[in-house]
Design a protein around this ligand. Structure first.
Ligand code: FAD
Length: 315
């Protein structure tokens, strides 16, 4: 089923609580893949609206994405969204990935450009921007796929702070066929809310799905924020820095900070769904969901039981 249909259905009543979803990345080893299937299966019993699987351009890992999408969709029965990048990708690889998703019954593609080559050279491949991939998917598959597009509440690093430009290109992706936006991670709720208002003013009407990155350790928190070039609000630093060497305390306080951020953006009425970057782990995401009262302690206990498969009404 398409993600936008699932969202409309879940939020038919304005009082409905926020829904949520989980992102996973392709592991490097066969054992890692098996462990991840087990984790996905367990976490799906918490009733996420969907899960998604990231894409790695080049090498074995890109075909692993299509294999995993096939398994999660057809064997595990999980509503899946496949990421697909287009720079440095042969058209044949893109065609094969789309055909494989189609054959698996997967109806959701997050259409991305991918990162440019690290050495600064021009990318190879048939598409320069995500926009071109969206147009291509539309031309080949019409409305079969629900197409997600990436959004950057604090700007894309390549746009050098020109927010109007970033929003203009986002609008072009919507107009070409983008059905929903999944955002880059962020910790500044005010900036995110402001961006949501700005994109609506610019004529972007499709649902916004905020990317939520749990905080597990202090070092990872700083590294990811730096890598994504996002602003860290002062109160995050004030509450995390004094406990930075105690991982358990950082996770607890970080969870509380992310819960407060999620509450702010939901209460502001700009989103009704939360998308978690799980980093293939469950604990930090579960702590946030529990803190938001979106899952109960009992659900978390039950999901670990061998008889849990019968619990999920969506199967
Ligand atoms: P685009 O929308 O093409 O934008 C790229 C840059 O070009 C931006 O600066 C944009 O403003 C500019 N631009 C866009 N259109 C035009 C135009 N017509 N003319 C001139 N400039 C233009 N990467 C992976 O490799 N695998 C993944 O699975 C993955 N998942 C992601 C999931 C999310 C939610 C997000 C936010 C990012 C993800 N990425 C992933 C990273 C992503 O590939 C990079 O951020 C990449 O640099 C940009 O991708 P995009 O689809 O936003 O590109």
């Amino acid at each position: 089923m398409k993600i936008t249909d699932k969202l409309s259905h879940a939020h038919a009543s304005e009082q409905a609580p926020p829904t949520f979803s989980f992102e996973f990345f392709t592991p490097k080893t066969t054992q890692g893949v098996q462990n991840l299937y087990d984790r996905m299966d367990r976490m799906y019993n918490l009733n996420p609206l969907f899960i998604d699987i990231t894409w790695n351009a080049g090498g074995r890992l890109s075909t692993l994405t299509t294999e995993m999408v096939n398994t999660t969709s057809t064997v595990l029965g999980l509503e899946t969204c496949m990421h697909l990048t287009c720079t440095n990708m042969d058209l044949k690889l893109i065609d094969d990935a789309l055909q494989s998703a189609y054959d698996s019954g997967c109806q959701n593609i997050l259409a991305l450009r991918g990162d440019p080559p690290l050495d600064g050279s021009e990318s190879t491949g048939d598409f320069k921007y995500a926009l071109h991939l969206i147009k291509y998917i539309k031309s080949k598959y019409g409305d079969h796929f629900n197409i997600g597009i990436a959004g950057y509440p604090e700007g894309h690093p390549e746009d050098e702070g020109d927010q109007a430009k970033t929003i203009e290109f986002l609008k072009a992706k919507q107009d070409a066929g983008g059905d929903f936006i999944v955002t880059q991670m962020f910790y500044d709720a005010d900036r995110f809310i402001d961006w949501c208002h700005k994109i609506r003013e610019a004529g972007i009407t499709i649902p916004v799905i905020p990317g939520i990155m749990p905080i597990s350790t202090y070092a990872a928190f700083l590294r990811r924020a730096k890598w994504s070039e996002i602003h860290i609000p002062q109160h995050f630093m004030e509450r995390l820095t004094p406990i930075k060497d105690d991982d358990a305390k950082v996770r607890e306080e970080g969870t509380q900070l992310v819960i407060e951020m999620c509450q702010r953006i939901v209460e502001a009425g700009v989103v009704n769904h939360l998308h978690f970057y799980t980093m293939n782990l469950e604990k930090a995401t579960l702590m946030i969901l529990e803190g938001l009262n979106l899952v109960s302690k009992q659900q978390i206990t039950d999901m670990k039981q061998p008889w849990r498969k019968s619990l999920n009404p969506n199967r």
